[in-house]
Design a binder for this molecule. Structure first.
Ligand code: M6R
Length: 609
């Protein structure tokens, strides 16, 4: 979604800002812009609809400025147009603002400003900010920003330039992340550490209701209410952010699919205790006596992370015998949920910035509940807000479609399940078996990816079809949901997922001659039931693409197209059966000419509601 970069130092600010924007491109956006203070003390700004490359072409005449702010916009208020792109300037062109988030009371603020004679040039909520800051400006940038933010309802991460203060950028946040990177004689601001990682690993995260004054020598942070705070420096690690490089792959999505043996391995590293048939996740800050007191687990997440939470909840219930369920965070947060004292909530999120998941976490915390994060991005808002949990360590996921983060989330939830299960009725022997099965997983993922089966034939079947149905039972149902989500978001093919047994209560009406049905039927406890369901759709003319366990000849013969996968225990099957579905979505998207890494309308990190 929207991205912010700010730079102050001795280099050409425009170049550094464009570089930063490029590193944020993966988040999804539709227009981009930059504002600089030139050596004469004037504001210079340029915006373009489309890619950062187009902005780059348009800034050929940028002044030799050493301070500036830049933005990639993902439209919320107002269409995808140049006037609506950021930065937004006040009428005197002395103040420039970039903004992530949503100003909810923008109509009232805009009406008031218009009645005072202010002329608006865009349809955005953001434009009220430069005009309000102008209104309150008496020579003190922080005082003007603070007075403005007192009037604002909603969420923001902002960066502000004042033409008459070319020595500072003022930034503030509420609900939209901002991080300051400290270099030697230069300082960078960004909404995502990915934009600054090449400059420095030394960062200061802003918290909600904080305001920062960024100069080439560093950063000064204050609370919006005037209290000061020490700017604690955090060292971010390379593994978490690494350089976003295709390493020979044509797309990040394909690269990330193929990284899964290593990303799963990283998630397991140092956490499995094979001899004890147990695991250790120190980040939960829970010893066995605390674990045994958990009476239920509720996983909260959105999209793919919700599907991972569903798998984790099933594992916790079946292996640890703890009542568990997953909930869509955007629904949970607004239904005044009951927060049982003995429940552990798990906030599952790749980015750690998803607004709906963060909102759900805050609701749990307000009600005195107990919540831990299952997060990929180190230092992200959800990780810092929960203060405990597990990093899934999948490494940076750049493609908008989540692939390796899903398998790492599921792996982390399985490790957690093993820990909880060992405090209950999982025996030492069964614990050892589970530990071994987890340790064997990366090799099985690798084996499948080396020889993925007839994916291209499946691609032909789904790209020619008006509708695709995904079916699965038990642990395979969340995988069916995940496969359908992937195919929708990457290939834009209409599809849906159903529990196999539920299919005859409605979706079977969609099946006619040749309709592709993607059936997940690993050799688990549901295998025989699945065969009956499979025959029911086959009898109605469906073209069956079946993902099944290697060596299951009966299923291979029943299928019109058989995709065999390595054998694993039931609870680990999602980590294997999801792989062909990821490849199917990728290759179908490619065959249909889609932008597979940046599908239309989507953003990597959904930081608005
Ligand atoms: O960063 P998060 O895991 O919290 O993001 C949640 C969803 O927005 C995300 O999984 C989305 O559904 C992906 N595009 C799926 O590929």
């Amino acid at each position: 979604m929207c991205g912010i970069v700010g730079y102050i130092g001795s280099d050409l600010a425009c170049e550094r800002l464009i570089e930063g924007l490029r590193r944020l491109e993966y988040r999804g956006y539709d227009s981009a812009g930059v504002a600089l203070i030139d050596p004469q003390g004037d504001l210079w700004a340029r915006k373009r609809v489309g890619r950062v490359a187009e902005l780059d072409d348009a800034v050929f005449d940028a002044p030799e400025a050493q301070i500036g702010i830049a933005h990639t916009r993902w439209a919320t208020h107002g269409g995808i147009t140049e006037p609506n792109a950021h930065p937004h300037l006040d009428a005197t062109r002395q103040i420039a603002v970039v903004h992530n988030g949503i100003i909810e009371n923008m109509h009232a603020l805009r009406q008031q400003l218009e009645s005072e004679g202010v002329h608006f040039r865009s349809e955005t909520d953001t434009e009220v900010l430069p005009h309000l800051i102008r209104k309150f400006y008496r020579g003190d940038p922080v005082a003007a920003v603070r007075a403005t933010l007192r009037l604002v309802r909603g969420t923001y991460g902002i960066a502000v330039l004042f033409a008459d203060h070319p020595d500072r950028i003022v930034a503030a946040r509420l609900g939209s992340p901002l991080v300051v990177g400290l270099g030697e004689g230069e300082t960078v601001l960004a909404s995502d550490p990915q934009a600054i990682i090449e400059l420095t690993r030394r960062v200061v995260y802003l918290d909600d209701r904080e305001i920062a004054v960024i100069s080439r020598d560093g950063v000064k942070v204050e609370r919006l209410d005037g209290r000061t705070r020490d700017a604690d420096i955090t060292l971010i690690d390379d593994e978490a952010y690494g350089v976003a490089d295709l390493q020979g792959f044509p797309h990040f999505m394909l690269k990330e699919i193929h990284e899964q043996p290593e990303s799963i391995q990283r998630c397991l590293r140092g956490r499995i205790q094979g001899e004890e048939g147990n695991a250790k996740l120190g980040g939960f800050q829970m010893d066995p006596r605390a674990l045994v007191r958990i009476e239920r687990v509720i996983a909260l997440g959105c999209g793919t992370s919700y599907h991972a939470g569903m798998v984790g909840a099933m594992a916790l219930e079946s292996l640890a015998r703890v009542p568990a369920r997953a909930e869509v965070a955007s629904e949970f947060r607004y239904r005044n949920p009951i927060i049982p004292r003995d429940a552990l909530f798990l906030a599952v999120s790749q980015s750690g910035e998803t607004m709906d998941t963060l909102g759900a976490v805050q609701e749990v915390l307000v009600k005195g509940g107990h919540v831990a994060g299952v997060v990929n991005v180190v230092g992200s808002t959800i990780a810092r807000t929960t203060g405990k949990g597990v990093y899934v360590h999948s490494g940076p996921e750049i493609a908008v479609a989540s692939t390796k983060a899903f398998t790492s989330q599921v792996t982390a939830l399985m490790v957690f399940t093993l820990m909880v299960a060992r405090t209950r009725n999982l025996s030492l022997d069964a614990g050892r078996q589970m530990a071994r099965a987890l340790e064997e997983l990366p090799a099985k993922v690798h084996a499948y990816l080396r020889d993925p089966g007839p994916i291209q034939v499946a691609v032909e079947a789904v790209t020619e079809a008006p509708y695709v149905l995904f079916l699965g039972r038990g642990f395979s149902y969340p995988v069916a949901l995940e496969g359908a989500l992937k195919l929708k978001e990457i290939a834009y093919i209409p599809c849906e997922a159903y529990p196999s047994g539920e299919m005859k209560h409605g979706p079977i009406a969609m099946i006619d001659q040749g309709a592709p049905v993607l059936f997940l039927a690993p050799a688990d406890q549901h295998r025989d039931k699945n065969i009956s369901n499979l025959k029911e759709v086959q009898a109605r003319g469906a073209r069956l693409i079946v993902v099944h366990t290697e060596g299951d000849d009966e299923l291979a013969e029943l299928a019109d197209l058989s995709i065999p996968v390595p054998a694993v225990p039931d609870y680990l099957s999602p980590l294997i059966t999801v792989l062909p579905l990821q490849l199917l979505a990728y290759h179908a998207g490619l065959a249909l000419g889609r932008d597979v890494d940046k599908p239309r309308n989507l953003a990597k990190s959904v930081t608005v509601e």
